[in-house]
Design a protein around this ligand. Structure first.
Ligand code: FAD
Length: 309
């Protein structure tokens, strides 16, 4: 079985989510990578160094400068004549491209796999992670998105794949790039951070969120997350949201501050290795998944903890 993975990159480095997809794909057989962009030869070289890769296909063309899914999907569909499966991380980029590829190939997409059980059999979470379904496809070609937190990252140094230029490149004219507003993060990115500190509705407002959560995160070198209630109330930006409709994280340490532990939040963080919960309500459901629980008022406990670290 030969798999093609679309590399997610920022024109400099390969994103960590791609490395988890490589680990998943390696369980299916041979793995090729596709690097799409403009002036992105450096990315192809970085991709070629990832362990276990056979070939890096490089599509370097002006029409791929912003990796518009309307242009990338037909390229992937064309390359699928030589591949049995197409994998992408279940990130915004992957979720933008994979369904289009599935439609062009007239197959079903298998979303956010957690494990590879066989060539055509996978597990995935349903009902906000309360049930793990084993699914089997009969489609001739597979289109799969991979939950990054479920697979370890492939090493980035042991490989020596060949780089092959792909000459296909056409602007479908279906969409036009207008602008991109990219949030500049001073802290580790949420989905790849080893430690995450998240705040909930109890933080009251954006200013208090900043005053309580950020110093603790900075002391721990952590990424910052939030519950949906905190995001909806404007305490934290959208891309901080952890949960069923936010980001899925599984860091070494997850600190939940003033978060009740609704199932939709747990769906995004319950696979964290160690969970610390700080909540004043002893019956809060977050304590059922927490390894360490502190029943306390966060407004005194968190500054105290931060000062002691
Ligand atoms: P609350 O549930 O209000 O909890 C606040 C907690 O703070 C309480 O436990 C309280 O005891 C504690 N507290 C209050 N004051 C203090 C204090 N001074 N010190 C210490 N503790 C204190 N939610 C997500 O997070 N992510 C998602 O992706 C998501 N997706 C959803 C999708 C759907 C379809 C739906 C229906 C809901 C979704 N939700 C999601 C919302 C979810 O159901 C909850 O409403 C939300 O997670 C609650 O956020 P919270 O824990 O911050 O707030």
């Amino acid at each position: 079985m030969r798999t093609l993975i679309l590399v997610e990159h920022d024109n400099g480095a390969v994103k960590d989510a791609t490395l988890s997809a490589v680990t998943a794909a390696a369980k299916l057989g041979a793995v090729d990578l596709l690097v799409v962009g403009l002036a992105c030869h450096g990315v192809a070289e970085a991709a070629a160094a990832i362990a276990g890769i056979d070939k890096v296909l490089l599509a370097d063309h002006p029409c791929y400068e912003h990796a518009l899914p309307e242009n990338v999907a037909p390229l992937v569909a064309a390359l699928m004549t030589n591949h049995d499966a197409f994998l992408v991380p279940a990130t915004s980029m992957g979720k933008n491209v994979a369904p289009r590829v599935a439609a062009l190939l007239d197959v079903m997409q298998i979303s956010e796999i957690l494990s590879v059980e066989g060539e055509k059999t996978f597990t995935r979470a349903i009902y906000a992670g309360n049930v793990i379904a084993t699914v089997e496809t009969t489609d001739p070609k597979l289109v799969i998105t991979v939950r990054g937190s479920a697979f370890p990252m492939a090493p980035t140094t042991d490989g020596s794949a060949v780089i092959e230029e792909v000459s296909i490149g056409a602007d479908t004219g279906l969409s036009t790039f207008v602008s991109a507003e990219i949030a500049k993060l001073e802290r580790p990115e949420l989905t790849s951070a080893k430690i995450v500190v998240s705040g909930g509705r109890a933080l009251k407002d954006a200013q208090t969120f900043e005053q309580i959560i950020m110093p603790l995160a900075d002391k721990l070198g952590a990424g910052v997350g939030a519950s949906r209630a905190a995001v909806d109330a404007g305490y934290a930006p959208n891309d901080y949201q952890v949960g069923q409709t936010g980001k899925i994280v599984a860091p070494e340490l997850y600190v939940a501050v003033g978060i009740s532990g609704a199932i939709q939040h747990l769906a995004g963080m319950k696979d964290s290795k160690t969970i610390i919960a700080i909540n004043q309500d002893v019956d809060a459901p977050i304590f059922q998944v927490a390894d360490i629980g502190l029943v306390a008022d966060l407004f005194t406990a968190v500054p105290e903890l931060t000062a002691k670290l």
